[in-house]
Design a protein around this ligand. Structure first.
Ligand code: SIN
Length: 313
């Protein structure tokens, strides 16, 4: 059946893409999350010809991203995705936690339409501002026939929610899909696809806690030289429900930390092992005592554990 959906909804959440500085040559001393999403859209002249709606969901520096904003965002996305006139959604976001939001939305919504996160490494006032082109490219992907799932569009590349990660704190070319590589690229407004869109089953927004209800407490600890179990024991004493460990290499752990994690698991705390290596995955052994997160990075393994605890609640 032919779809009549052509509209793109742009949801603003803040970030450097909405950031400003009094000095156009200052790329670090700016303030994130200052401009409204309507202004960001108006700063991209070619978007005047696109049927588009903009809505401000939040206005945060994404280092301060919260579960409450995630919930609000998931609900607004679910609402707009269900509209027959909407082809896709673009979310303007900070770069710092974009990959966490991307994986959260993919697991909760697994949309059959494109849900595209975009961001910028330079504020809107910078000489070298990358936000306008990224927003234009993101809208192009949100309208692309056959596009689906949660992706991130930055620097002319399309990254899948599972693979995308920020790998540089300053360079404009700051994102990578690790071993998997990007899903595609955008060249002069044309999408070139290399592989399939993200797929999967949606957990659904009903999985998320109601309004003010607390979310499970899931923390990340790291295995390193001189590690001991003190941090794990302190977290357990304070009521943590889930622990992700950023392990060394192929999921190996300092023996003292491992002992504390096994104690935690035995007491009912859910534990997931990921690797602190930038690329690759944890190759599991049949008899492993602590389950591994496969190729999910520690921050995405934390999202996974959070959602597992919510699903089991
Ligand atoms: C943020 O993540 O909100 C600030 C940094 C950025 O967007 O690059």
């Amino acid at each position: 059946m032919q779809s009549n959906a052509s509209k793109v909804v742009v949801l603003g959440t803040g970030g450097t893409i909405a950031g400003t500085s009094a000095d156009a040559s200052d790329n670090v001393g700016y303030t994130a999350a200052q401009l409204g999403v309507n202004l960001l859209v108006r700063a991209v002249p070619p978007l005047a010809d696109v049927p588009l709606e903009a809505e401000q969901v939040a206005q945060v520096d994404s280092k301060d991203m919260s579960h409450e904003v995630w919930r609000a965002l998931a609900l607004r996305c679910a609402h707009h995705l269900a509209r027959p006139d909407v082809a896709g959604i673009v979310i303007t976001h900070g770069t710092d936690t974009l990959e966490e939001t991307a994986w959260f939305l993919q697991r909760v919504l697994a949309p059959a339409k494109p849900l595209v996160l975009t961001a910028a490494m330079r504020p809107a006032t910078a000489l070298q501002s990358d936000g306008p082109q990224n927003l234009l490219d993101a809208v192009c992907v949100a309208r692309a026939p056959g596009a689906r799932g949660v992706v991130a569009v930055l620097g002319g590349q399309v990254h899948g929610a599972r693979d995308v990660r920020k790998v540089h704190p300053y360079r404009i070319d700051a994102f990578s899909s690790g071993d998997a590589g990007p899903i595609g690229c955008i060249e002069e407004g044309e999408l070139r696809l290399f592989r399939d869109w993200p797929q999967g089953d949606a957990l659904g927004v009903a999985t998320l806690p109601a309004d003010e209800a607390p979310w499970p407490r899931v923390e990340i600890v790291m295995s390193h030289a001189g590690a001991d179990g003190a941090i794990v024991r302190a977290l357990c004493a304070s009521g943590v429900q889930g622990l992700v460990v950023a392990a060394t290499g192929n999921g190996t752990l300092h023996h003292a930390l491992e002992a504390a994690l096994l104690e935690a698991q035995a007491s009912g705390v859910r534990v997931l092992r990921s690797t602190r290596c930038r690329n690759g995955r944890v190759l599991s052994a049949a008899d492993e005592a602590l389950p591994s997160s496969d190729d999910l990075t520690p921050v995405k393994a934390r999202v996974e554990l959070l959602l597992q605890l919510l699903t089991d609640a």
